[in-house]
Design a protein. Structure first.
Length: 203
């Protein structure tokens, strides 16, 4: 009896063009912290990854990368097979060994200090956290300062991220080492590079 092979859902409609547009949006987000940039999506990316987070995964991941997935993503066979088929990235259960970490639940993220930090000579060897932010995710506004911000910028961060304030302050103090964070909504991307300092907004 022959076995049937299930082919994962398609990726981008136009792989090269769409990936270039998403890559530019992510770069712009990292260079201009707090600003939102529109994304081309991967409409067939499986849940709970979804079209926008899936588009970023297709763009950033390749067979040279090691990726950690939070439990909700890692326990979804449609997601893991889709990523393996389209990107070739290796998955790991060890967050400290990951080049990229993808999550849809901020509570599931490991502490930033436990992730790859890079070195003073090779800061690019640090990890990047990519977090999907759903429409019902509670957010709060912080004040951002640093390169790419003319004076200050309003930056929204998930309320559900445990100890985020303390973690982020410690993360910025190790520059040029440290972790970068990319936040992905249903259609946009924004980012927090390690160079950005954050303070709670006065009410």
């Amino acid at each position: 009896m022959s076995q049937q092979t299930t082919i994962p859902a398609p990726g981008f409609a136009d792989a090269t063009h769409d990936a270039q547009l998403v890559f530019r949006a992510v770069l712009d987000a990292l260079s201009q912290p707090g600003r939102l940039f529109d994304l081309v999506t991967a409409p067939h990316a499986p849940a709970p990854l979804g079209p926008a987070l899936g588009a970023v995964a297709l763009t950033l991941l390749d067979d040279d990368c090691t990726v950690w997935l939070d439990p909700e993503l890692a326990n979804a066979p449609a997601v893991t097979s889709w990523l393996a088929f389209h990107t070739g990235a290796r998955t790991t259960d060890d967050p400290a060994a990951a080049t990229f970490l993808f999550a849809v639940d901020a509570c599931a993220l490991p502490a930033l200090a436990t992730l790859a930090q890079g070195t003073d000579v090779a800061p690019h060897l640090s990890a990047t956290v990519v977090l999907g932010v759903g429409p019902n995710t509670p957010m709060r506004t912080t004040v951002g300062r640093g390169p790419g911000i003319e004076s200050t910028a309003s930056v929204s961060v998930p309320e559900t991220w445990p100890d985020f304030d303390a973690q982020w302050q410690a993360n910025t103090e190790t520059f040029p080492r440290g972790v970068d964070v990319v936040l992905v909504t249903d259609s946009c991307v924004t980012a927090l590079p390690r160079t950005t300092s954050l303070e709670r907004e006065d009410i």
